[in-house]
Structures are given as C-alpha cells and as structure tokens.
Design a binder for this molecule. Sequence first.
Ligand SMILES: [Zn+2]
Length: 188
Amino acid sequence: MPDTMTPQQRHYCMSRIRSKDTTPEKRVRRWLWRHGYRYRLNVKGVPGKPDIVMRKYRTAIFVNGCFWHGHGVQLGIGNEKSGISAGDSACCKIPKTNSEFWVAKIRRNQERDRKNYEILSENGWQVIVVWECQLKPKTLEQTMLQVEIQLHNFYLKTFNRRSKSYIRIEEENLPMVAEDPEEYGIDL
Ligand SMILES: [Zn+2]
C-alpha cells in the first residue's frame, strides 16, 4: 500500500489493526445494549460479516467508516484513468496523490458492500448501514432513534406476514439472556 494516507486515515488504519472494536461500532453497541437490545457480534456465515446481527429483528447492521466505504461518493461516474475522482463528499475526501489507487480501492469496497447487502436482502434480512459521521456525539441519538424505528417497522412487517398463528413464539424471538456486557462488545 503506498504511503499516501492523511494522518486521519493512518490513524484509522492503525486503530483497525489494534482492535476490531472501533469507536463508532462501540457507540452503536452501547446505545443498543443500554436500550435493552441484544445482538450477536461477528456472526459466522452471514454475508459481509455484519458488525451487529439482531436475529429477533432479522437485521444486520453495518457500521461503516466513511472513507473506506466511500460515504456519499459517486465513484461510478468518475474517470479513474484521469485521476479525477468524481464527487468527493464531506466525510470521504479522496487523496489527491495517487487518487487512481484510492478510487479503485473504494470502488471495490462499495461493490463488495452492495453485493453483500443484496444477498442479505434476498434472504429476507434487513440491512441497516450506519455511517461513522452519523455517530458523532451531536447526532448519535437521532441516528440511533432512526435505527430503532427501522428495527420495529421491519419486525412488524415480517411479523404480520407470517402471523397466521399470532401466538407462535419462535426460539429466535426469545430474548437472549447474557448479563455480561463484555459479551456484547462494549465497556459500560
Ligand atoms: Zn460519512
């Protein structure tokens, strides 16, 4: 990898190496946990290895870094060869140096993301993408309230669809009981 990262990008890379639990993921987990939601981390065999899997809501949550996943960037319309990266966004600035490399890389990530989301959707899962920039202290609460609404809407929709027997309780709908917050990947 060429050494053309900004200090912020390098810091982000280093933090990914140190720990899987980046701060944005932890913020989401902590909010969910404190509001009584239970979930699984790093579930094997789920496409795209979602950061958080909520089986009761049949929902996979991805907490995406704005740079690596190209938040708000329309790379598809860029001219890769000329080094012009079409449509930088406020939270994803393509480095001017070696921009061809970064455009290709971020575009690959975006394509992989899209495929994973498609596979999940086709299998009846809801995909929620939460972006790093939406998890700053000022916006965290609003972002998570929106996530909560999506969880409940989807739950009601799928519940109604399969609700010939309203009283059937599926094993997967039982709350998962584990009192140790560490199992949920958070420090309280
Ligand atoms: Zn962003």
